[in-house]
Design a protein around this ligand. Sequence first.
Ligand code: ADP
Ligand code: MG
Length: 351
Amino acid sequence: GGGGESPHIRRLEESVVNRIAAGEMIQRTSSAVQDLVENSIDADSSTISVTVKDGGPKLIQVSDDGHGIRCEDLPILCERHTTSKLSAYEDLQTIKSMGFRGEALASMTYVGHVTVTTITEGQLHGYRVSYRDGVMENDPKPCAAVKGTQIMVENLFYNMVARRKTLQNSNDDYPKIVDFISRFAVHHINVNFSCRKHGANRADVHSGSTSSRLDAIRNVYGASVVRDLMEIQVSDENAVDEIFKMDGFISNANYVAKKTTMILFINDRLVDCTSLKRATEFVYSAILPQASKPFIYMSINLPPEHVDVNIHPTKKEVSLLNQERIIEKIKDAIEEKLVNCNNTRIFQTQA
Ligand code: ADP
Ligand code: MG
């Protein structure tokens, strides 16, 4: 045998634990931006503006016009597990907000420098305060502020050499940021999202605020996409043990693209569902002659107890209760839509 002394087991210091957890929570620049944007959505904002310097971790700014943060809450704002969204474990069953763990802001302060400027309704001035490693660096300073909250994160991963290096070598994160903001903009049509590189005049996403889903898609993905979309609705409310509803827009036979765009929200959370995506692509390739990949926006609503929201925050892939049945229903509906539009098209070209 090996012999030798067994190693001692020690309790890690809290700061070490927090830093390790933070590195898992905030994997890249885009994950930090997504957490900030989700907080702004949770704060009932109607305008959310994102600025990123050089697409990278040097400087991220997210400004919103939401409900703001109370001055008396600022001391614990960036501690781990502090949240306004959840109090009892049972609340998870019915929670509507995207956040609930109270970990995102805390994590950012362990791997970057966070400055918060915020004002709540009815106040004459706002407050600005900076955080490191979960705590305030100074007392909140009164300052001029417009409605809502602005959060600035500087020098993300300043204390993680390996992470900084891999991020430098990997592709710029900015396209990822533009991509998920575009997706949010299609779902939250009454929120005006914008995203630009620091110092740029032009925004790369500018969704406007609208009451029409098609307008939102047009503002973000362009008029040519909207021209080739069909509305689709599926519901399965007759079954005793299962209620689901899907609303969406899917591309028709005229739409041409090399890559699938699949924007999927389940109970208002942006998720990936590989099996649903595959099933959808399969229907398109089976019915349409040319090998075009589809554009899909789907919003699926299920009873909250059928969706487990408490998966790891960075894992967007979901599985649902009765998944096969739901996918089958959706597949059938898409097939019917496509067959109809394809027939009309052939008829039109022949006429
Ligand atoms: P969570 O979103 O899981 O609650 P976070 O660390 O992301 O945890 O945020 C902690 C708390 O800070 C939130 O619960 C919310 O009360 C507050 N907060 C964060 N960002 C904003 C914002 N943009 N506007 C208003 N409140 C915010
Ligand atoms: Mg959050």
